[in-house]
Design a protein around this ligand. Structure first.
Ligand SMILES: *Cc1c(COP(=O)(O)O)cnc(C)c1O
Length: 348
């Protein structure tokens, strides 16, 4: 892998700085980490071991397969893993993984866990208005959770990245109304953007994901977060495209004047989506090179006019997720989780 012509450079310093900033903003609440989808594409084990060293104790994955892959790396420490998609019947075979607990989200899951779990700890997701996963507050009031060894009562905000949306306050109030109504040791509501909504949203534990990885869900977090992952790729060829000639598939870009063009070893198969055609940007040193024409599966063309960059040199693609999302019309979440398998994740 080390000789590959492209990779993903990941900064442990930026990752831990982002977690510490979010922990500070979480005030008295503990700060966990969402590492589902293989750590938002960066590598769940690489992310979680570094954050555990920094003091993070609560890690969230989507499935038991993700939990089983991550658990050995955290074994022996104080960190715990919560499985957001609960416990299906098929998951019970894995349910004795040490330090792993489900976030139960349906009445059937609650009963299944109570029958099979032998008093083992669990979390419960309660739906306060997103209408995605979770039991209803009315079911909680009717005693559905009685007899569970309930660690954390959890809910999830639908509109935290839209601070003015009235659903935020509605969800917060519905969740706060459950305080003291269950045996839960802790309550947890806020994702990354929810942390920025203020102390009344923090409860006992926050669960950021995107912001750990340098995504900026709300402008209020823009000053405190740093990019973590940078795609770098080698230049395969430099060429001079004469005025009037075109570049790439379907000849969508036509040279207005003689133009120096470099072809880099990166494409949509690496998660550098076709939406970056004529919109993306890379850097050689401080010089910015705009993407021109269609992004191909494995290649992308950039305007290198006036920039001293040649075959064998490396380009850094723009790591600014909000800017990338705005340029491409793709969400910051998809940009991270779409990063291609063949990019080696190199941590430094
Ligand atoms: C993904 C997820 C998070 C993290 O959300 P971000 O917006 O990435 O911070 C937190 N809680 C739940 C339930 C999630 O599914």
């Amino acid at each position: 892998m080390t000789d590959a012509p492209h990779r993903l450079d990941c900064s442990a310093a930026a990752l831990t700085a982002n977690w510490r900033a979010l922990a500070r903003l979480s005030g008295a609440a503990a700060c966990g980490a969402a590492v589902k989808a293989d750590g938002y594409g960066l590598g769940a084990t690489a992310v979680a071991t570094r954050l555990a060293d920094a003091g993070c104790r609560d890690f969230y994955v989507a499935s038991w397969a993700e939990a089983a892959a991550l658990a050995p790396a955290l074994a022996g420490g104080a960190a715990r893993i919560a499985v957001l998609h609960g416990a299906r019947a098929a998951d019970l075979a894995l349910a004795d993984l040490p330090g792993v607990r489900p976030v139960l989200s349906t009445a059937a899951q609650v009963r299944r866990w109570r029958d099979a779990g032998a008093g083992r700890a669990c979390d419960v997701m309660v739906d306060t208005g997103m209408n995605r996963l979770g039991v209803a507050p009315a079911e909680v009031a009717e005693g559905l959770l009685d007899g569970l060894t309930l660690d954390t009562l959890t809910s999830h905000l639908a509109c935290a990245d839209d601070p003015g949306h009235p659903l935020n306050a509605t969800q917060r109030a519905r969740f706060a109304a459950l305080t003291g109504r269950t045996a839960a040791k802790r309550m947890s509501l806020a994702n990354s953007a929810g942390i920025a909504l203020g102390a009344s949203y923090h409860f006992d534990l926050t669960r950021p994901g995107l912001a750990l990885y340098g995504g900026v869900p709300v402008a209020a977090l823009g000053d405190v977060l740093r990019p973590v992952a940078t795609v770098v790729a080698e230049v395969l060829q430099r060429r001079l495209v004469r005025a009037g000639e075109t570049v790439g598939y379907n000849a969508t870009w036509r040279a207005p004047a003689d133009t120096a063009v470099v072809i880099a070893n990166l494409g949509y198969a690496d998660g550098y989506y076709r939406a970056f055609s004529d919109r993306g940007r890379a850097y050689a040193g401080d010089a910015a090179l705009p993407v021109i024409g269609r992004v191909s599966m494995d290649l992308v063309a950039l305007d290198a006019t006036g920039v001293d960059v040649d075959e064998g040199d490396w380009l850094r693609f723009d790591p600014d997720l909000p800017a990338m999302a705005a340029a491409s019309g793709t969400s910051q979440y998809e940009l991270l989780t779409g990063l291609g398998r063949r990019l080696e994740r190199r941590w430094a």
